[in-house]
Design a protein around this ligand. Structure first.
Ligand SMILES: NC(=O)C1=CN([C@@H]2O[C@H](COP(=O)(O)OP(=O)(O)OC[C@H]3O[C@@H](n4cnc5c(N)ncnc54)[C@H](OP(=O)(O)O)[C@@H]3O)[C@@H](O)[C@H]2O)C=CC1
Ligand SMILES: O=C(O)[C@@H]1CCC=N1
Length: 255
């Protein structure tokens, strides 16, 4: 995720590769960052020393440990942005052991192509200027909405994990196309472009998805036959359950 963000920020024109310093536990991972012109640090300490905005992008169980490790080097000039699922601002503040400017962001991997759906919430020490800076950065790689922290597990279940659900959908649609005789590459292109086009229709027309669905669905036509097959498999309930299962898992991670 850190790599996707860094590459996205560079492609979005907000930062130069050399502005970024990254750490990791393994040399191959550091090499990935060096590969696109970012700096690789020997320690997390060095990341903090080199940066104004520090993205904590480790797995949730390591967030507290990493914050404790760098706490003594964090100053009032730093903005610490955690992208970890499930770890609340309060837990991070406690780990830092002092007042730190903390922001939680839940991005998703399409930031790599400038199309992230992300959300952010602010810690109590964050100024409007700090928030604007991070919002500008996140907006350079897609959409970023400010939400209350209480909604963060829901955001994680929906847009944080959501690309995986959509990839399953694209894969399944393409498989259906292949089953119907289309070549794999044709099926995959048509499936992905259909998802992209439908998403743009929702965002750009502002219409309800149900109304847009009705536009495609002729009486006794082909689409309603497909929609009926999806509903026979409890499609919408299954997708809703996926969002809720991921949100519950995010809640569990905070304990
Ligand atoms: N993947 C996703 O789609 C999303 C992930 N997130 C959040 O992003 C965070 C990272 O997830 P993800 O990128 O998938 O996980 P990865 O395991 O791919 O990345 C975690 C990175 O942290 C590094 N790391 C581990 N321990 C330390 C440490 N002590 N100090 C410095 N670096 C360390 C690892 O280095 P090395 O590889 O060398 O071991 C690795 O590069 C998680 O908290 C997750 O909840 C949020 C939204 C979406
Ligand atoms: O699967 C995960 O835990 C991370 C958080 C959101 C997306 N990926």
């Amino acid at each position: 995720m850190a790599e996707a963000l860094a590459r996205g920020f560079i492609a979005g024109g907000k930062v130069q590769p050399g502005d970024i310093t990254a750490s990791a536990t393994s040399d191959p991972r550091k090499e990935v960052f060096r590969g696109f012109g970012a700096n690789a640090a020997d320690s997390n300490q060095q990341v903090v020393d080199n940066s104004q905005i520090v993205f904590v992008s480790v797995k949730p169980p390591y967030v507290v440990q990493v914050l404790k490790e760098v706490s003594s080097s964090l100053t009032n000039e730093h903005i610490v942005v955690s992208i970890a699922a499930g770890i609340p601002l309060g837990q991070m503040q406690e780990a830092a052991g002092k007042e730190v400017r903390l922001i939680r962001v839940m991005p998703n991997t399409p930031c790599l192509v400038g199309e992230t759906a992300s959300a952010m919430c602010l810690g109590s020490n964050v100024s409007e200027e700090n928030a604007a800076m991070v919002l500008e950065l996140m907006s350079s790689v897609g959409t970023c909405l400010k939400v209350n922290e209480a909604l963060f597990s829901g955001v994680t279940g929906l847009s944080g994990s959501g690309p995986a659900y959509v990839y399953l959908m694209i894969e399944a649609m393409a498989d259906g196309g292949v089953r119907a005789g289309l070549p794999r590459d044709t099926a995959q292109t048509l499936a992905a472009q259909t998802v992209l086009g439908a998403a743009k229709m929702v965002l750009e027309t502002g219409m309800q998805p149900g109304a847009l669905k009705d536009q495609v669905t002729s009486p006794a036509g082909t689409t309603i036959a497909g929609v009926h097959a999806l509903e026979t498999g409890a499609f919408r309930a299954t997708v809703m359950n996926a969002v809720l299962a991921s949100a519950s898992r995010a809640d569990e991670l905070s304990k």
